[in-house]
Write a protein that binds this ligand. Structure first.
Ligand code: SAM
Length: 226
């Protein structure tokens, strides 16, 4: 039987995980691409969306797993004509519904999973895994967030690439718009990135993969690991 303190810790963890994705209602998702990829990337995070699209166009394979899919924006805009396999993972049912219908022509498999729990999917390993704008949402320290990567690794083939991006909350100088959004989102628990910096991300990835590249644009760290 769990004691009272571990029961409380589990309840707090569950609440933090819920707060990090509760914002993704059908209405929010209908304006998400404009707000985030149209406005915030450019004016607050100072990372043009085309940099993120370049990452997808370079690494998205025909055998792809997208983790924390949101609206499916990047998979949709990556200019891939077809997939042998496409699986979309998200904790939030509304995200899966929206991305699933947007990408229906690719016949994706949808799975509702919490990336912070072990992922049980009975499928051969994938050649590429996308993880974009998810780590800054997840609660905990960088090493606690990267447990999500530990759960994705068994789903990657030997030569597979993990790629994506995250917004850093520490060690970069935010402009006024970024500071206001960081304050708001962290207060609401939508972001949990106050302690996320480039060193903890890079070191955490290097502990897990032999080949890691991380570059920054504004507050955004773009990474690829193989
Ligand atoms: C900021 S959105 C990014 C969406 C998309 N990748 C993009 O860049 O447009 C974060 C996504 O991660 C999902 N997410 C948050 N916490 C999660 C968790 N613990 N497990 C799985 N997905 C999670 C959210 O539901 C949402 O779809």
């Amino acid at each position: 039987m769990p004691d009272e303190s571990s029961r409380q810790a589990n309840a707090a963890r569950g609440a933090a995980i819920s707060r990090a994705h509760a914002i993704y209602t059908p209405f929010m998702l209908s304006v998400y691409d404009v707000l985030v990829h149209g406005l915030s990337n450019r004016f607050a995070w100072r990372c043009p969306t085309r940099r993120l699209l370049d990452l997808y166009r370079a690494h998205l394979s025909a055998d792809h797993l997208e983790a924390g899919v949101g609206t499916g924006f990047f998979v949709d805009h990556a200019r891939r004509a077809a997939f042998d396999r496409l699986i979309l993972l998200d904790i939030n049912r509304h995200c899966l519904d929206r991305a699933g219908s947007r990408l229906a022509h690719f016949n994706p498999v949808l799975r509702q999973v919490n990336l912070l729990d072990p992922i049980e999917i009975d499928a051969a390993p994938f050649a590429s895994v996308g993880l974009t704008y998810v780590l800054h949402c997840l609660p905990g320290s960088m090493s606690e967030k990267l447990v999500a990567v530990d759960h994705l690794r068994p789903l990657m083939g030997d030569d597979a690439v993990l790629f994506g991006a995250t917004i850093l909350g520490r060690g970069r100088a935010p402009n006024r718009a970024a500071r206001a959004l960081l304050d708001l989102y962290n207060a609401k628990g939508v972001f949990n990135n106050r302690e996320d910096d480039l060193a903890s991300l890079s070191e955490g990835l290097r502990e897990r993969f032999p080949k890691v590249e991380v570059e920054t644009h504004g507050l955004v760290a773009l990474f690829r690991a193989a």
